[in-house]
Write a new protein. Structure first.
Length: 390
């Protein structure tokens, strides 16, 4: 019905309201559809990611954050190492490390030790870090041949910062450190000084964090035992030299200090054997007198400065000036060459020797007349001076 203004008048006002309701319900339905689709989409995305996580190995994407350390223990498998790294938050998953190790050509060559790494590293970077020995944390020390136990302890203190007193305390019982008890037996009837001297094998050592004076000395004694085993020292001393291994070790320690050049180690050992066992003569090695001074905490001297009383001290168990035979024990820690010279000395009847050149080579003699001639050569070369050349 048209009104006065020409607009159609709704003869049923209720129908308009019903039309509004229908439009409202349609809008709500549309919103619900959009929400449902969004939820379904989010669910699909979440599910896809979950499936992706199951199909891929969790791994960090950077080279790492803060520095940390991890320890690789002896006989650990790659899986063991992976679990260690995972629990330390170095890698995101143990599986990632195992897979990265398989991909690395050296991925099974991990060596025991403590290593510097970073937290939250890519697995492949963690593998590289543990294969790089520059990342291994060690304290390195080189101990030269011929050091006494006191000299060895002083060098160890410099590097490890462990006081000498702690090494002294740890060394009181050599057997507890791994020296087999049979070593402290000799067949010449002379007394034995049960000391760590001679059993601290000179070598380059790397000690891992957590070392103590005791663990360091145990490691050095173990190295000595290894050398004895590989060289056949004990068997050769008993069967070829027909003396106790302890006596052969004493000779090696004397030769190590007396020989001025490594070329002469075996010959000096032969002189010691000839004097002690063949000729029944005192050794007359000045180094033994110096060792007794050192044992008493006194400064050592050059041979020319040793007094007659110091050379022939009746209280000195290392007196070889007037006392026949070998001293009470080793006077140094001999190296591999001196040990070999002691059990495989060259054949000869020498009982004298004297240094004749600046390189420390000695001339060896059987008779006193030959020895006097060699001494004159030493004086001409300027090796001997003063009263020794008069």
């Amino acid at each position: 019905m048209m009104d006065e203004l020409g607009l159609y008048e709704d003869v049923d006002p209720g129908r308009h309201r019903r039309r509004k309701k229908k439009r409202g319900r349609s809008g709500l339905a549309l919103v619900l559809v959009v929400v449902i689709l969004a939820v379904l989409g989010a669910g699909a995305w979440w599910g896809a990611n979950k499936i992706g996580d199951m199909l891929t190995t969790p791994d960090y994407a950077t080279g790492g954050t803060s520095e940390t350390t991890v320890s690789v223990k002896p006989r650990q498998t790659v899986a063991d190492i992976a679990n260690t790294l995972y629990h330390a938050d170095v890698v995101k998953s143990a599986k990632a490390f195992v897979e990265a190790a398989k991909e690395n050509p050296k991925g099974t060559a991990f060596q025991p030790g403590t290593y510097k790494v970073h937290k939250q590293m890519r697995a492949r970077d963690a593998v590289t870090a543990l294969l790089d020995l520059n990342n291994k944390i060690t304290t390195k020390v080189t101990l030269r041949e011929g050091l006494t136990y006191k000299g060895t302890f002083a060098e160890l203190e410099k590097v490890t910062k462990i006081p000498v007193a702690e090494f002294d305390a740890a060394a009181k019982d050599p057997v507890a450190l791994g020296v087999p008890d049979f070593w402290f037996k000799r067949g010449d009837g002379k007394p034995v000084e049960k000391s760590i001297e001679g059993f601290l094998f000179p070598d380059t050592y790397e000690f891992e964090p957590g070392f103590t004076a005791t663990s360091i000395l145990e490691r050095m004694v173990a190295r000595f035992n290894e050398e004895m085993e590989s060289s056949g020292f004990i068997t050769k001393a008993e069967k070829e030299r027909q003396i106790s291994p302890f006596e052969a070790l004493i000779v090696a320690s004397l030769a190590q200090v007396e020989a001025g050049n490594a070329d002469d180690l075996g010959k000096v050992a032969r002189v010691a054997y000839n004097r002690a066992y063949k000729k029944n003569m005192p050794l007359e090695f000045d180094v033994a007198a110096n060792y007794w001074l050192l044992k008493q905490g006194k400064p050592t001297k050059s041979s020319s400065d040793l007094t007659p009383a110091e050379l022939d001290d009746p209280k000195n168990p290392y007196n070889v000036k007037s006392v026949r035979g070998l001293p009470a024990g080793p006077i140094s820690n001999p190296g591999a060459a001196a040990l070999k010279g002691s059990i495989d000395p060259p054949v000869g009847d020498w009982v004298y020797f004297v240094a004749v050149d600046k390189q420390g080579h000695s001339a060896f003699a059987v008779t006193l007349a030959e020895h006097d001639a060699n001494r004159r050569k030493a004086c001409q070369a300027g090796v001997l001076t003063g009263d020794a050349c008069r």
